[in-house]
Design a protein around this ligand. Structure first.
Ligand SMILES: Nc1nc2c(c(=O)[nH]1)N[C@H]1C(S)=C(S)[C@@H](COP(=O)(O)O)O[C@H]1N2
Ligand SMILES: [Mo]
Length: 403
């Protein structure tokens, strides 16, 4: 873990810019900006060590924090260092937690509601470790055309960490699930500041909740979860978008019916079938499991490379809710298989890949990488446009210049 970087400038920025958006944060944070290449809107963001415990991050918003990982940093390792891991909160969260008083209430459709201390959770069952990608459902949303509403993320609202915890099912067993349970719902300690706004509460179907790899986790990359990542406990649902990975866990509620809460029934949904941007009334489904994705991290769109020399590209890929099967480089009129390199940390982890384009006449216009998983899901060549820009997994293409 890195040392917290309390630079005077960062502290001043944090104090002065509370509640202001990225446009205001830029001059406060200083001179360093990054261009996210977002079509149809402002594309520059401040880049800086704006928060304690965080290294250089793309500052999308200061309060509540939305911090994005620069793509180049994501490509450096299978495990994203915690100090570079993206951060997303819907509402402000407590900045101090008294572990002695902390309890997780397990209730709803259970035999016996219980309030568990941190110690009781830690000793609820076998300790399990899983390496898994945590990806915001809105990752890459800012690249949508036409533009959509919501945080204008580039592709850095994701990271891969080693999570440690106990199985959610072992925690549920402390209360005993009543017959007929349908879903399990989680709420955190963060609450909306204004009346009438919905609390961030999410639920998963009971069969997902009982999976052996779904955790109540306290560890991230071998350290206790930092506050920004949900100290002291968060839910981990490998293979599913991180909207379900509720942080600063406060309650676990077993539901015997459907979840009609705002963040399940109304939000985090996408069209059931492809639509056109002018369509209004269409059936929707909840965002759930992640599809495969691959990204080039060694080169950015528009970069110049040497003419007449072999070119090695590198990047990251994930299989989504199933292991990665392959990654292919796709260009105009050619395809090349990429080699998976580096450690294989299991089906839900990031993988690193590389590919060398031999010297020659092949065009470096519109090159991209296409991931496929073992279940046969393959990245598509056209964007599944949806009004919230969810679950983006279109092949991302860049053009390199020869000089
Ligand atoms: N309690 C709580 N948990 C939460 C959220 C939140 O706002 N509050 N946001 C979710 C969303 S939308 C995302 S993308 C992830 C981000 O996880 P991270 O900040 O650890 O990267 O947390 C999820 N868990
Ligand atoms: Mo998210």
């Amino acid at each position: 873990m890195s040392k917290a970087r309390f630079t005077r400038r960062a502290l001043l920025a944090g104090a002065g810019a509370g509640g202001l958006g990225a446009a205001f944060a830029a001059p406060l944070l200083g001179e360093k900006l990054i261009d996210l290449g977002l079509p149809g809107g402002p594309s520059l963001r401040p880049l800086g060590p704006a928060f304690p415990g965080k290294g250089e991050m793309i500052v999308q918003r200061i309060r509540p924090p939305l911090l994005e990982t620069p793509l180049k940093a994501l490509g450096e390792s299978v495990i994203t260092p915690t100090e570079r891991f993206f951060v997303r909160w819907n509402w402000d969260f407590p900045t101090a937690i008294n572990v002695a008083n902390y309890r997780v209430a397990v209730g709803g459709a259970v035999r016996q509601p219980v309030e568990l201390t941190l110690d009781e959770i830690v000793s609820a069952g076998e300790h399990v470790e899983v390496v898994a990608v945590n990806q915001c459902a809105g990752n890459g949303r800012g690249l949508s055309t036409p533009r959509v509403t919501g945080t204008q993320w580039g592709n850095g609202a994701m990271g891969c960490a080693r999570w440690t915890g106990v199985r959610l099912k072992d925690v549920l067993a402390k209360a005993g699930i009543a017959p007929g349970a349908k879903r399990v719902r989680f709420a955190g300690l963060d609450v909306p500041p204004m009346e009438g706004a919905p609390q961030f509460i999410k639920s998963v179907p009971i069969d997902i909740a009982l999976r052996d790899d779904v955790l109540v986790a306290w560890g991230m990359n071998g350290e206790p979860l930092p506050m920004m990542h949900g100290f002291p406990l968060r839910i981990v649902v490998p293979g599913w978008f991180s909207t379900y990975w509720v942080k600063m866990l406060a309650t676990i509620e077993v539901l015997s019916g459907e979840d009609d809460g705002y963040y399940v029934a109304k939000s985090y949904r996408m069209p059931a079938q492809p639509i056109t941007p002018d369509e209004k009334d269409f059936p929707t489904v909840s965002i759930t499991a992640m599809p495969p994705r691959a990204l080039i991290t060694s080169h950015a769109d528009g970069e110049t490379v040497r003419r007449g020399a072999p070119l090695t590209l590198r990047g990251i890929a994930l299989g989504g809710d199933a292991a990665l099967a392959r990654v292919d480089l796709v260009g105009e009129g050619f395809e090349l298989p990429c080699t998976l390199v580096g450690p294989d940390e299991g089906p839900y982890a990031l993988r690193l890949w590389e590919v060398t384009i031999p010297e020659g006449t092949q065009s470096l216009a519109n090159i991209g990488v296409r991931a496929a998983n073992v279940r046969g899901a393959v990245q598509p060549d056209t964007l599944f446009w949806n009004p919230s820009g969810y679950a983006r997994n279109v092949i991302e293409r860049i053009t390199l210049r020869l000089a």
